[in-house]
Structure formats: C-alpha cells, structure tokens
Design a protein around this ligand. Sequence first.
Ligand code: FEO
Ligand code: CA
Ligand code: CA
Ligand code: CA
Length: 622
Amino acid sequence: DTPDALTRVSLKFESIPGSLTDAVSVAEGYTAQVLAPWGTPLNAIAQDWKNDGSNTAIDQANAVGMNHDGLHFFPLNDSATEGLLCVNHEYIETAELHPDFDATFNAEGDRIDVDAVRKEIFAHGVSVIHIALENGNWVVKEDARNRRYTGATAMDIAGPLANSSHLVTPYSPDGSQARGTLNNCGNGYTPWGTYLTCEENWPGYFVNQGTAAADQERIGITLGADATGRYRWETLAGHADEQMDEFRRFDITPTGSSALSDYRHEANGHGYIVEIDPYTANSRAVKRTALGRFRHEGCTFGKLEEGKPLTFYSGHDSRFEYLYKFVSKAVWDAADATPADRLATGDKYMNDGTLYVARFDADGKGVWLPLTLDALTKDGGVLADHFATLADIILNTAGAADWVGATPMDRPEWCAVDPITGSVYLTLTNNTKRTEETGTNPANPRLLNKFGHVIRWDETENHTDFSWDIFVFGSSADATADVNLSGLDEMNQFASPDGLAFDQRGILWIQTDNGAKEVTSYTNDQMLAVVPSNLMDEAGNQQTIGSGNQGELKRFFVGPNGCEVTGFTISPDYRSMFVSIQHPGNWPYSDNAAEAAPEGTTVRARASIVVIRRQDGGELAV
Ligand code: FEO
Ligand code: CA
Ligand code: CA
Ligand code: CA
C-alpha cells in the first residue's frame, strides 16, 4: 500500500504544552482510553486482576504482562475495528506485582517463593490480544488466539545458530530450542503478517560466577564471584524442594563436565529477534538468529521492492554500540504478503542473508560493513582470523563489529522508514558518557549528549553504502544555541527520543523516554509528530529541523507522571492509535487515560495501552 508520492498530508492539530500530572494529555479534540492494562485476563483460566498483587503465577501466564512496550495491530478480515494486537512486556515492577516483594526473599537475599518467581517470569514477554471497537470503546474479546509468550515459553531457534553446539543445553540437547523471551522492548513486524519482538537488556538476567566466554564479557552478562541476576531468579533453585531447572538455568556458571550437565549455554538462546505468527493459535515463536545477537531495540524492514532483497534494521541500545542491517538472500515476491504459512515465509527471508554494521563517515557518507568470515578487519586481516564459523560471529555480533570498525553511537533505539521517500530514521536516545576522552564522531557530534538526536540515511542501490544527515537534535528550549541545534521551543522541546514510527501517510511519530531534567521539569515523556517529506528545499532535497521550519515538529501527546511513552501502531483507517504507557507512577485511575487520581489518592500503577481517537471519529492528526 505504498501511498501516491504526490499525496501529502499535513498535521492539523495544534502543538500542546508540556504536562506534569497523573493523567495523559492529548491534542485538543482527541480522547485517550485505557486498554488492556497489566493483569487483564486473556482467557477463562486467569482470575480477574486483583488490586493487592495477589494474583497467582497461573493467572499471570494467562493475563496481560507488565510494562508494555512495542506493539502492532494485525487486522482480522481486513477490518480497521477488529484485530489481534501484539504487545511487548519489557520488565516488571516488583512492588506492584506482589503483595510483599521483600517477603519473597530469605535473610541471605535469595529467592524463596516459587510462585512469586514464576509470576515474575510470566509477566515478561508478549501478549496476543483480540480487540474490537464496540460502541466507541476498544474492548478485549475472547479468542483461542489470545495468548502469552513469557520468559519460560519454548521457542524454536532458526538461522545460523540452529542446532549449533552453542545452543546445546540439558533442555535442548540438539540445540534446536530455547526457553523464553526476556526484556522485550522495541518491536517490528513483517510484510507477511507476523510480529517481531526484540530482546533488549537480557544479559542482566544471567549470572556467570566462573570463567566467562568472550561473547559474555563483550555483551555484559553479570560476571564474577558475587554476580547476581536482575531479580535473583537463579537463587531460587537452592531453596526449593524440587530440582527446578526453570530457575537454576539463569546461573550459567560452568559447573559440570559438559553443556549437557550445566546451564553454560542458557544465555546463548537469548539476544535475538523473535518472530510470532499472531493469527495461528498455539504457534511456536521462532528466534531468527541471522539478524544478530545483541541488545536489540527494534526491528524495522526497509522499503519493499519486488525482486530486491528485504532489509531489516536493528539498533543495539547501549552506549557506544552500533546500528545493524540484515539483507536477505531471497528477493521479495509480493505474493508472499499473504502466505499460507507465515513462519515458513519467515524461514525464506530471515534465515539466510548478510548481517552488516554501520560506519558513519565524515562527509555525510557511510558504509555497511559485512559481518562475514571473509570480511576485512581494521588491522588488515579477516573475521575468520577470530571466528571459526558464521554462528560464532553471530553469537558475539558486537565483538565482530568491533573488529570491522563500526561507528560507536549514542545508544541506537528504534528505526523507522519513510513510506514516501524510503529514508530510514534512527533515534539515538542519549549518551552522557560521551566525553573528551571518548571523543565525538560525525554522527554523534555532541559531548555529554543528554538530549539525544534522530539521524537519517538513504540507501544506495548496492546496499553497501549510504548517505546520512542528522534530522533533529533533542534539546531544552532554553539551552544555548550550540546545544539547541534544531532551534526547539517550549512547544516541541524534547529529550531522549526512543520510540519511533512512521504511519503509512508519512507522519513520523517520535516518543521519549526519561529525558534530561531541563526538559522533565517542564513535561513528562511525550509523543511528537512531523511530516519529514514535506520539508524539502526548492531543489527537492530533504531538509532537517531548524532554520525556520521548527514549528513543523508538534507535540501531540504527553504521558502521566513517572511513565515512558513507547510503542506505536495505528488502525488501517487511521482512526485509532495505540501507544504504550510503561512504568507509570500513579495511573491509571479510570478507563479514561486523561483522568487523574484525585489529590491524595494512590492507585496500584499498571502499565497499559492507550488508544487515542478523535472525538468526531475522524482520521487522526490530519
Ligand atoms: Fe528498552 Fe532501549 O529501551
Ligand atoms: Ca525503548
Ligand atoms: Ca530507552
Ligand atoms: Ca522502557
């Protein structure tokens, strides 16, 4: 559905001021509804959500998870008012999840409550939720396809690491499966109707108190004699009656004689793009290892062209990490947009291809560096000098990228592709550790980059090089001109761009996550919009934000206190927009996302989806 390049929309809402309340704020003429908050039952097994944290692990495995993030609407029967919504659950809020989190530990700080830890693992992952618009409200519908993928769900491994010795565990002796998906932050989707969930800050869930492998050092698995996991799940096994490898597996210390007698390889099943077929009940998720193993923020496909390879972009969100691109070996066949078997189509396009990492050069040019055995390294050798197989390269993707000389970035988060121009945009959320010592580079030019920026590039025909510029620099309105490089004012100042999406009309939506105090003292996290393809000079060259066009960037939405605004999807008729409110403070108070709890009232916070609609039912934003 590529729009006519001559059709241009323009934004028809007024930018709203910042907001610092326990409610969402949205442009005038719009409503915001709370949909599918944490704990919403997805089937008859789950009991209704209880306001005291007393729901069980079994309830949680059959109900919406915590801390919603990336999401996507998959229409049913081409409807704009009924579909399957997939949503990520990045991590957990332990105080809200349990009646008494501290009571789930013993005096040594080890976990002792089996059901509590299971509940935490089950609150991670992905929900598939049948939703429909009824009488002006979106509701959750009963459906056999409603389901959870959690931190414990069995998943298939596909691509270079499938059946590799690196994936051999007591659970999967042939290396064909891994258990669970964790820290699912950004998302993507495919042209054939599947959902992509991205495993981001998974290394902190695993501990290795013994000898570390190179990839574990590079990616930041918790190492050392005193290492403890993020929620200390690994400590439970020693205090339970049963031999529960479901918890012990988070301790990947090599203790046995082989990978079949300990959990040394458990973390090797994490760090991937995971494909889910929402339309097929009970279908297994597939980890697509060809797209690399790192802290994936999102996964976005490039402009589709019949007969050309597919491309997928994915940022590694950590300071000084890299931007990656996967190029499929198979070329795009439009008949695959409506396949009989969606996951088989995933096999066709996502298992074989070349993974590249980006080097941004000084002249607005850049190069995609392949991560293959014969790829040249900075020192004049090849990657085969350091890695024996492609599976070894993938396992330590970031280490391989170091060798080839990729450009260290200011925390690459989401990518988005302009449906009109094909330009690709990437949020670089911030990097306050970029100092005189680390130095700047052309693509990350600000020292102590606390506001972040959005970079953009255009591919060339050959897929190996590109041209780039910086589309907009985050800033507070009152920063000096050498910092406020895009000339933002109160009505569009922002910091820490994170979520990023184009809708198919060419509107770019920018969401923020915990900006610098100069901005957070003025407004909570927010969502802004701009139509980049409207910003052209007379010669038809795309312009950046600044030099008089700043007003084109408008604030559309502000989240409640304490939250992050993340994840974007919109119904095919552009009349319902879905975003996630993650880690809110004292919200939601009611089904109306714009209603704050009365002064002095504290609610049990629940991450949720918010549906934004126009009061007159019309198309959003235009
Ligand atoms: Fe989970 Fe990079 O944000
Ligand atoms: Ca994010
Ligand atoms: Ca972030
Ligand atoms: Ca987050």
